[in-house]
Design a protein around this ligand. Sequence first.
Ligand SMILES: [Fe+2]
Ligand SMILES: [Fe+2]
Length: 237
Amino acid sequence: MVFEKTLEQVVDENHVYARALHYLGIDFFRNPNKKLKDICEERGLDRKTVIKSFYTFDSNQRLSFPELENYPIELLVEFLKHAHHVFIKEKLPYIVHLTQQWDKKWSLKELLPEFVEDFIKHIYEEEDSTFKYIELLCEQNNGVQKAPFALISEFRGYSLRREFEEHQHEDEFGAIRDLMSNIEPINLIDRVLLNEIRAFDREMIYHAEIENNIFFPKAIVLEAEVHNQIRTLSRFN
Ligand SMILES: [Fe+2]
Ligand SMILES: [Fe+2]
């Protein structure tokens, strides 16, 4: 029974449980030898809540690529924005929190803030330019916008194809990935941190794949359609 185990044993069994516990206000490395049942009692935590949290963090609620391919582009933008939110508000803060538990954790402490800065910049640029451009194209395509003024004036110098080209070569996590590949974990905390970093890297790779293989190709088709419409409209005016 999981509640009879110590926090160290629980996390050793599944590293994802460390994150589930963190969101319940428990850092396993502060009380590694305490039993889960005692911690629950101390904190007034209901066992059902703990199991539910383990289940939620452990279950893989991913959408398949074919499912995403069938999404209309408006929905795909919302899906990608939500993923950005989860990266910035949940996954990254937890990794930063784990990294801060050590004084000399390799050179992760120096590399991580640099990565966070680049990553946040990438996300904001994506949302403020590419996604915004697509939202305007959709409005135009759906007849919400009567005249393409916003598209023409706000996105004069913007090129979707150039963004797509650049996006395929971006890899902000490379330096951290290289560093991690040379690390030999010596204890459970190391293993949990490495595991989280690798999981985060995988999530970012999937995210970029969805953008490169599903989102951008759809966006390019939509752009061509709207350009055709605008051309036809201007011919009649
Ligand atoms: Fe993104
Ligand atoms: Fe991206």
